[in-house]
Design a protein around this ligand. Structure first.
Ligand SMILES: Nc1ncnc2c1ncn2[C@@H]1O[C@H](COP(=O)(O)OP(=O)(O)OP(=O)(O)O)[C@@H](O)[C@H]1O
Ligand SMILES: [Mg+2]
Length: 404
């Protein structure tokens, strides 16, 4: 709220600047009298003071917005991370690590910026654009009407072009993400890649992906070049035509030099604000996309409970294990059944070894006992309690494992 207050102050001051500067110019042009120096000096001193306040308000606004944004990002990251860690094991079998890391690092930052800095810049640009247009009409209605008749068709063109550009940008980013994913997988599994002597083949695959990124980037660069060339040119042409029309008005004494200057400065402001508004819009869209992906994950309920259920007292917990008619398949490969009607009873206090060929499911038994996964049917009990009733967090502290 404070930030918005400062934003208003600094915007009001920035927006009044052209008006007062126009007055200064008029003073310079029309007052060759005795108190000319005095009135010019006092006007300039007053304006400097006002500008100083404006600068301070703007600086405070930027500081407040940025720190608020970072606080939001921090909170998003911590809730994200804890919600990721609480997901069931099968979730991690299905979701790529790189994707989760992306959510944590860039999506959170994007959303944080979008709802603070971007929002404040957008508000500012919107306010400035509307005030600027109003002031243009206030200073010279006929000139303003002229400008507004030229701008909308150009703006429509710019919007269409901007959309095309955005589509290209998205394609480039997607293909870059693909290349990065490939690199991440191969680097993460370098031992496998090396064992099969696939380094050269993988290098080629990566080069192909990156080549594609380059091709898209070239297309994007061309589009961008055209876009910026055209917008710069049309901006200058508009200024030129305003000068021409304004000069004519001035010649017929409808306008002073100061008014024309104010008008031009407002026109510039409006132009800049509209540019700001369009970048606000695209940032907002990005932020909304990131936000959607984030909510999807923070709102996701883990399929296995994380920290709920009963815990057994010291005297009831003995450690008698029983698997009864267990049927199981890994959620990622539901068609490959690992167990069908599997039963096993291990009395408390006994030592038992499970022996079998590789891939027959010995580690899977331990995973089921740890409740990393739930069986499709059948029960696993500890001292007569179904492990689905127990608090998994507590139960796992009672089990010691050494993985392969
Ligand atoms: N996370 C998983 N997702 C899908 N399938 C899996 C997963 N983990 C193991 N499997 C499959 O389940 C089957 C049993 O694997 P498990 O690791 O339990 O065997 P194991 O008896 O421990 O073998 P080893 O003696 O090699 O350790 C194998 O066919 C394996 O490919
Ligand atoms: Mg094993």
């Amino acid at each position: 709220a404070a930030a918005v207050g400062f934003l208003t102050v600094s915007s009001v001051i920035t927006m009044s600047a052209p008006f007062f500067l126009g007055k200064v110019i008029d003073v310079i042009y029309t007052n060759p009298s005795e108190d000319f120096t005095y009135s010019l000096t006092s006007l300039c001193a007053l304006l400097s003071g006002i500008f100083l306040c404006g600068a301070a308000a703007n600086a405070t606004r930027v500081y407040l917005m940025q720190t608020a944004g970072q606080r939001i990002v921090k909170r998003l990251r911590t809730t994200m991370f804890s919600s990721i860690l609480k997901q069931e094991t099968a979730f991690f079998d299905k979701t790529r690590t790189g994707e989760l890391i992306n959510r944590l690092s860039s999506d959170t930052a994007l959303l944080g910026r979008s709802v603070t800095e971007n929002l404040s810049d957008g508000l500012r640009a919107g306010a400035q654009a509307s005030v600027g247009v109003g002031m243009m009409f206030f200073v010279s209605p006929s000139l303003a009407a002229f400008v507004l008749s030229v701008v909308p068709p150009l703006a429509v063109l710019a919007v269409i072009y901007g959309r095309y550009l955005r589509k290209l940008t998205k394609m480039t980013q997607d293909s870059l993400a693909e290349a990065t994913q490939l690199a991440e997988e191969r680097i993460g599994n370098i031992r496998t890649v090396r064992a099969f002597g696939q380094e050269v083949a993988e290098m080629e695959k990566y080069t192909n992906k990156v080549d594609y990124v380059l091709q898209l980037s070239k297309k994007e660069a061309l589009a961008r070049a055209g876009f910026f060339g055209a917008t710069g040119l049309s901006g200058n042409l508009i200024v030129l035509s305003v000068l021409y029309k304004g000069g004519l008005l001035m010649g017929s004494a409808y306008m002073t030099v100061g008014e024309l200057s104010s008008f031009l400065m407002y026109a510039f402001w409006v132009g800049i604000s509209i540019g700001g508004l369009s970048s606000f819009y695209s940032e907002l869209m990005k932020g909304l996309g990131a936000g959607g992906r984030l909510w999807e994950l923070t709102e996701r309920k883990p399929q296995l409970p994380f920290n709920e259920g009963i815990t057994l007292g010291k005297d009831t917990f003995r450690g008698a294990l029983e698997f009864k008619n267990v049927e199981f398949a890994y959620p990622t490969r539901p068609e490959t059944s690992i167990f069908k009607d599997f039963s096993l009873s291990i009395p408390a206090g006994s030592v038992m070894a499970l022996v079998g060929p590789s891939g027959t499911g010995k580690s899977t038994i331990v995973s089921l006992l740890l409740r990393l996964y739930d069986p499709i049917s059948g029960t696993i009990t500890v001292d007569g309690f179904d492990i689905r009733q127990l608090n998994p967090l507590w139960f796992r502290t009672k089990i010691g494992t050494v993985s392969q």
